[in-house]
Write a protein that binds this ligand. Structure first.
Ligand code: SAM
Length: 224
């Protein structure tokens, strides 16, 4: 019975790969990766020699039938993305759905993902939360922000560093400058940083200190 296993990979610190992830990468017959160069670097670091096939975001639809044919002729296939958990703001969902439609087993190992450490360290309630991924850049962005403004659960967003100040400005505009936020930057890396405060305070900080690296924004839910 063929099986697809989604294997999360480190989001910064290479020590965050699990023992099970390493064993599965060693044992699997086939690896699909978002970017084969990125995955080969990780495999080299782990001393694993394997052929890695591309499974890109921009050809996810086209790549499906080729991938499915390969998955069916192997016992286990692994899908990895560049960092974190495949399918979370990364390619993966379409392949999982297509495999399930074909009766192929799916497993996803627990492992690195950026949204969970950001949420838990934010200090906002994490018993219930909403993950919005990346907001649309233009069309539909304001609509999402208006919906998020009314959300009573904690909201988690992914954002690029060059759009962080703009995004915090929009949180101020749509939710008020007093809405509390936490910006988690470079989680598990050398320059890891958490900035907590009101949207206005955190925006002022990043206007004065233009951010680099990878960013998660956590927004406190609207008080009921
Ligand atoms: N699949 C990944 C995951 O499981 O979190 C997410 C991939 S998405 C293409 C990349 C985004 O995730 C970044 O722009 C950033 O918002 C967030 N991210 C990834 N690594 C991060 C890190 N070390 N610190 C903060 N945010 C990170």
């Amino acid at each position: 019975m063929p099986k697809l296993i989604l294997v999360p990979t480190p989001i910064g610190n290479l020590e965050d790969i699990t023992l099970r992830a390493i064993r599965i990468l060693e044992e699997t017959e086939l690896i699909f990766a978002e970017d084969t160069r990125v995955t080969k670097k990780l495999l080299n670091h782990l001393n694993i020699q394997k052929t890695v096939y591309p499974f890109h975001a921009h050809n996810e639809h086209k790549a499906l039938s080729v991938a499915l044919d390969r998955i069916k002729t192997n016992t286990t296939t692994v899908l990895v993305s560049d960092a974190g958990t495949p399918g979370i703001s990364d390619p993966g969902f379409l392949l999982v759905r297509a495999c399930l439609e074909e009766g192929i087993d799916i497993e996803c190992l627990p492992g690195p993902v950026a949204l969970i450490p950001a949420l838990v360290a934010s200090g906002f309630p994490c018993d219930k939360f909403v993950f919005e991924g990346f907001l649309p850049h233009k069309k539909g962005r304001q609509t999402r922000l208006k919906i998020i403004a009314e959300e009573t659960r904690t909201v988690v967003l992914y954002e690029s560093p060059h759009r962080l100040v703009k995004c915090l400005g929009q949180i101020e505009e749509f939710m008020g400058g007093e809405r509390k936020v936490c910006v988690a930057r470079e989680i598990s890396k050398m320059f890891e940083e958490y900035k907590r405060g009101t949207a206005a305070e955190v925006k002022a900080y990043y206007e004065a200190h233009p951010p680099k690296g990878e960013i998660v924004i956590v927004i406190e839910g609207k008080h009921e």
